[in-house]
Design a protein around this ligand. Structure first.
Ligand code: TTP
Ligand code: MG
Length: 349
């Protein structure tokens, strides 16, 4: 049986702003775009949530619900900085980290020997480290699988922790409203509610084939999910397969000499960036050209990593079709390893 921890920062963007500005700590506040620009909220602090103010809500509406709401413009740089620190802490406890967003991840600690293998104590220590090193709080859910761990991290949020130990699974999942289950969106939830399926216990009354008949392939997973069974693995970070740089020019470039200057600069950039990837082996070099009419072409080949090699590739490809170009890109492709090593967070917009 696996030991999974789901960690999720509390009111993440808002918490970062409150940490950095004491004046925001005891007032309802939200991070988001302004009302005049038809902005929406990224998130709100817990004081604002009491008024019904929520993430993704239009700012104008939020201000109707809570006229004294203090609005702060998002500062994504600060949030990714905090996020990096938090993920650094996760990685101190296990290599098996699956990032879900800037503020949320699953950790598989099944083989961890810290705290005699107690996932609850590991989660407690992670939360403590996060607070000591970032001044932000996180909530944790500990369970035998991802489905239950995510549900559990919400139970004592904010700044809390909840463990669904194997003997508690049945009782925990039975009363869970179906809209809380991973993969069930508003439309499916409505359909289920109309059929009288409100909790997982209700769904347990259906056979696997009935659920497949009703909800397609997902029905197969639903049969397991409503019993608290989830075999999905914690998928560790995306492996970087390439590294490169590209530039769109303010005016199209028509001659090769001018391209050479750009290649020289871009090669330096790539070389410097590669210093952070010394554990990777370069397989191929590649060059990308986008013409003024947006037609695009690329060339890739195994060559020594040098400015000359990139120029060779560029010359070969561009001379076949020497028209003005609007974008040039150079980069490398890595040999793919079996062991993922790099962290790539999904971008939040
Ligand atoms: P969440 O973890 O969903 O929310 P939260 O951390 O603000 O609050 P809590 O977990 O305590 O309930 O999202 C993390 C951050 O992602 C959030 O602070 C802001 C950003 N975000 C958006 O920008 N737009 C959105 O619609 C959502 C849901 C989140
Ligand atoms: Mg969060």
């Amino acid at each position: 049986m696996r030991k999974i921890i789901h960690l999720d920062m509390d009111a993440f963007f808002a918490a970062v702003e409150m940490r950095d500005n004491p004046a925001l700590r005891n007032v309802p506040m939200a991070v988001g775009g302004s009302k005049d620009r038809r902005g929406v909220l990224c998130t709100s602090n817990y004081a604002a949530r009491k008024f019904g103010v929520r993430a993704a809500m239009p700012t104008a509406h939020a201000l109707k619900l809570c006229p004294q709401l203090v609005l702060v413009k998002p500062n994504f740089h600060k949030y990714s900085e905090a996020s990096e620190k938090v993920f650094e802490i996760f990685h101190e406890f296990t290599d098996f980290v699956e990032p879900m967003s800037l503020d949320e991840a699953y950790l598989d600690v099944s083989n961890s020997t810290d705290f005699k293998g107690s996932a609850t104590l590991i989660a407690q220590e992670i939360r403590k480290q996060i607070f000591e090193r970032t001044n932000l709080t996180a909530s944790a859910g500990i369970a035998p699988n991802k489905l239950l761990a995510k549900l559990a991290s919400d139970i004592n949020k904010p700044n809390g922790l909840f463990t669904v130990s194997p003997n508690l699974v049945d009782g925990f999942i039975e009363k869970m409203p179906i809209e809380r289950i991973w993969g069930i969106g508003k439309v499916t939830a409505k359909k289920m509610n109309e059929m009288g399926i409100k909790t997982c216990k209700d769904m347990q009354g259906y056979t696997r084939s009935e659920l497949i008949h009703l909800f397609g392939k997902f029905g197969d997973m639903l049969f397991d999910f409503c019993r608290g069974i989830d075999e999905r693995e914690v998928e560790t970070e995306y492996e970087r397969k390439s590294l490169g740089t590209e530039e769109t020019f303010s005016s199209d470039i028509k001659n090769f000499d001018e391209m050479k200057e750009h290649v020289a600069r871009m090669f330096q950039e790539v070389k410097e960036a590669l210093e952070d990837y010394q554990d990777k082996t370069v397989k191929n070099l590649h060059v990308k050209i986008k013409y003024f009419d947006f037609k695009q072409t690329t060339i890739e080949r195994q060559l020594p990593l040098s400015e000359e090699s990139f120029l060779l590739l560029l010359e070969e490809r561009w001379c076949q079709d020497p028209r003005p170009i609007r974008l040039l890109g150079v980069g490398v492709k890595f040999v793919e390893s079996k062991i993922p090593s790099l962290i790539q967070l999904p971008l939040l917009t």
